[in-house]
Design a protein around this ligand. Structure first.
Ligand SMILES: Cc1ncc(COP(=O)(O)O)c(C=O)c1O
Length: 411
């Protein structure tokens, strides 16, 4: 099965606006995990990374630093933090205090630093399954006990049950941390301000630190609003927010992120984690993040508008053409949480889709309770590629035929 030989994509002109196009050859040649970790012909929809980067000004800045040979120790961190605060203020109405923002290499490093800073080895951490599966590694790598606070499902998607959280916290004094994924990967659920205020109130009452992973916040669509937890009354004294530009600007390989606080004491506790565990960002990651956060507004507006159209298109086409597949409209993220149970996909539904129709999605069971029969699909791609993905999904109705039976342009 051979791949098409495509012309270089217009995306890569430094001055270009967002272009709704994926140049497969270029993606493969650039060596990213998403586009190389696959057999020819598979469409990769398993990584939570969109295909429409790089943001041209970011690429230009990184190229400039490379041309200058700027590879030594660096001092761009403060500038990156300023750029982050400016972006948060413009995009989300939250102006963090730069003195209470710490840099690190990745959001997961920030999460693990918080586990170290805010929990005892015998303490417990609450997760919200079905949930971004690396969070489950906390148990094995730190020995902390995990407590599930599962989202509940109805016809409108997945929801938080705050009474259940109150019950869990009241019954388990070992709980020391609540790890929120806000907005939620994989369901795309967004917590509103009243829910956030109630969560902060419960955390304060039970002396629990909330770690709010807000990495997907920029992709919140018009029917919801992303409320940064640190803007919610009562949250500052119990919240650490971890985030970065890597989802927005598809720059996961560049390693630069931040942990932000609204309270000096909590920040001081975080800073007690040894410096080399807290980590530090890569120079090129800082430069890329600065370019994105300072210059990316228009490009990101276009990107979010495109993915807003994508989520409707995906849900509408599947409702018409494959009504047995369960899907809801995500309020945020470029991820769709597909319920394939009607097709009996076994215990690896993502692999099943890959093997049946050449669409490589993430296995739902990895995400814990609520993941059975599900697969996570990344719709952060071009319109043409999305239609090819949907064609393949629709073909599962004739599953058993294998990917060769799917007629598509991508291969
Ligand atoms: C919710 C969430 N947090 C963290 C990450 C990973 O971020 P990093 O690579 O900076 O650790 C991802 C990536 O998919 C994610 O979806």
């Amino acid at each position: 099965m051979s791949e098409p030989v495509a012309e270089p994509g217009p995306n890569h002109e430094p001055d270009a606006c967002l272009v709704d196009h994926v140049d497969v050859d270029r993606k493969v040649a650039s060596g990213g995990y998403k586009w190389t970790h696959r057999a020819p012909g598979w469409i990769p929809a398993f990584v939570a990374e969109h295909d429409l980067g790089p943001f041209p000004a970011m690429q230009a800045r990184v190229r400039e630093v490379v041309d200058l040979g700027g590879f030594g120790y660096h001092s761009t961190v403060d500038h990156m933090i300023e750029a982050f605060c400016g972006w948060s203020s413009r995009r989300h109405g939250w102006t963090p205090d730069p003195a209470l923002v710490a840099p690190n290499a990745s959001v997961l490093q920030g999460v693990w630093s918080c586990v170290e800073a805010f929990t005892q080895p015998t303490g417990a951490v609450v997760l919200t399954p079905p949930i971004y599966y690396p969070f489950y590694d906390i148990a094995e790598s730190t020995g902390r006990r995990l407590v599930d606070w599962p989202l509940v499902r109805d016809d409108d998607g997945w929801h938080y049950d705050l009474d259940h959280l109150a019950h869990l916290l009241a019954g388990d004094p070992g709980i020391q941390m609540l790890l929120l994924c806000h907005p939620h990967n994989p369901t795309g659920r967004v917590l509103d301000v009243d829910q956030l205020a109630r969560i902060a109130e419960l955390a304060t009452e039970h002396d629990v630190v909330i770690v709010s992973d807000e990495i997907h916040a920029d992709f919140t669509y018009p029917d919801a609003v992303h409320v940064p937890l640190l803007t919610v009354p009562g949250a500052a004294a119990c919240t650490a927010t971890v985030t970065s530009g890597i989802k927005t600007f598809a720059m996961g390989g560049l390693r630069a992120s931040v942990a932000a606080f609204g309270d000096e004491d909590l920040f001081a506790r975080y800073r007690q984690v040894p410096e080399h565990l807290l980590g530090s960002p890569n120079r090129l990651g800082c430069e890329a993040a600065i370019a994105g956060w300072e210059q990316g507004d228009t490009w990101v507006d276009e990107l979010v508008a495109l993915f807003d159209r994508h989520r409707h298109h995906l849900v509408d086409r599947l409702a018409d053409e494959l009504p047995d597949l369960g899907i809801h409209l995500p309020q945020s993220t470029f991820l769709a949480w597909l319920d394939l149970s009607a097709f009996d996909p076994g215990d690896r539904p993502g692999h099943w889709l890959r093997d049946e129709v050449g669409l490589d999605c993430k296995d739902g069971p990895l995400f814990g309770p609520g993941g059975e029969g599900h697969a996570r699909l990344t719709f952060g791609t071009s319109t043409a590629m999305l239609d090819e993905m949907i064609d393949r999904l629709v073909a599962v109705a004739d599953s058993g035929t294998g990917p060769d039976a799917v007629d598509g342009e991508f291969r």
